[in-house]
Design a protein around this ligand. Structure first.
Ligand SMILES: *[C@@H]1O[C@H](CO)[C@@H](O)[C@H](O)[C@H]1NC(C)=O
Ligand SMILES: *[C@@H]1O[C@H](CO)[C@@H](O)[C@H](O)[C@H]1NC(C)=O
Length: 297
């Protein structure tokens, strides 16, 4: 009886190890779809992570690459994508890759959470292949992830052979990630910025703790103006603010001496631009920005 028990627990341990260290061994990410948008191709170029497929795209090394990852309930068509993509292409001759992982993101929240490691690992492989193919460099890659997509970005950044320039986590999901050591973290890219918009209150979508090099709490990180206590509305505001930051320069946050100061709206420190697509952005600490209720906030 005892050896059997030991066997069972060994198998459980092995299973857990597989789950934490081998996300590529789960196949959810193989359903990822990648859509490339540039100023010249507003109809997306659909491609996959094979070198042949990458080389057929119009990607070139000289342009920066921004990768957008939607969250739970999202897909390739989700409003976040065209909003961020159009704002970015308006101001920069960039390459925008939209990741569509709707095979799993449209399922239950728990199924979507379970797919995150694999979806992120496959995205990491794609990024490594872009570099391998000579159409992108780690120093000019920015992954922008919303909700669960922020944690996908973390897994992707962790899975590449180099270090991507930036990850921006837009109100990263908190549910099932609060104590998960594999959530988005500052070691996932050279620079990790997090914009929190729904991190507190009753059943928030976001996470009210610091995850990146820079953590920006919009209006204290909850109850966004104009959202009338709608948690979903506050959550979405994260990408609306990010999109606005690409085309407008008034979105600057004040640095805070402490988390408590941030919550009490007493931050008076230096101003720091939130979001943008700058590839060499650096900073540290907690910031607060108070915004308006309507675009461009
Ligand atoms: C990737 O795309 C190429 C076409 O560019 C296609 O030949 C190949 O079968 C695709 N691979 C997968 C795994 O879908
Ligand atoms: C790429 O990003 C860098 C740093 O943000 C910027 O200076 C440069 O102009 C961008 N490249 C293009 C082609 O816009």
């Amino acid at each position: 009886m005892f050896p059997k028990l030991i066997l069972v627990s060994a198998a459980l341990v092995a299973c857990n190890a597989l789950h934490s260290f081998g996300p590529r061994s789960s196949k959810q990410g193989s359903f990822n779809e990648y859509l490339l948008f540039t100023r010249a191709s507003l109809n997306p170029e659909v491609f996959n992570s094979s070198l042949a497929s990458i080389q057929e795209t119009s990607m070139v090394l000289t342009r920066n690459t921004t990768i957008i990852v939607h969250g739970h309930g999202g897909s390739g068509d989700t409003t976040l994508n065209p909003t961020v993509q159009n704002a970015l292409l308006q101001v920069e001759d960039a390459e925008v890759i939209v990741v569509d992982w709707s095979q799993y993101s449209l399922q239950s929240y728990t199924n979507a959470v379970n797919a995150v490691p694999s979806v992120g690992a496959y995205l990491g492989s794609l990024i490594s292949q872009l570099v391998e193919a000579g159409v992108a460099a780690y120093g000019s890659i920015h992954i922008v992830g919303f909700g669960l997509g922020a944690h996908v970005a973390g897994y992707a950044g962790r899975g590449v052979n180099g270090q991507v320039a930036r990850i921006t986590g837009l109100d990263p999901s908190g549910n099932q990630w609060g104590t998960n050591s594999n959530r988005l973290k500052s070691s996932d890219a050279k620079y990790v910025e997090v914009i929190h918009t729904d991190g507190f209150g009753l059943l928030p979508n976001g996470i009210g703790t610091n995850l990146g090099h820079v953590d920006i709490y919009a209006n204290g990180g909850e109850g966004q103006p104009g959202c009338f206590l709608s948690s979903a509305c506050s959550h979405q505001r994260a990408w609306e603010l990010f999109a606005a930051s690409l085309t407008h320069s008034h979105l600057n946050a004040h640095s805070c001496n402490s988390f408590a100061e941030m919550r009490l709206n007493r931050c008076r420190g230096i101003l720091f631009p939130i979001g943008t697509n700058a590839m060499s952005k650096f900073g540290n600490g907690v910031y607060r920005i108070n915004t308006g209720r309507r675009y461009p906030y």
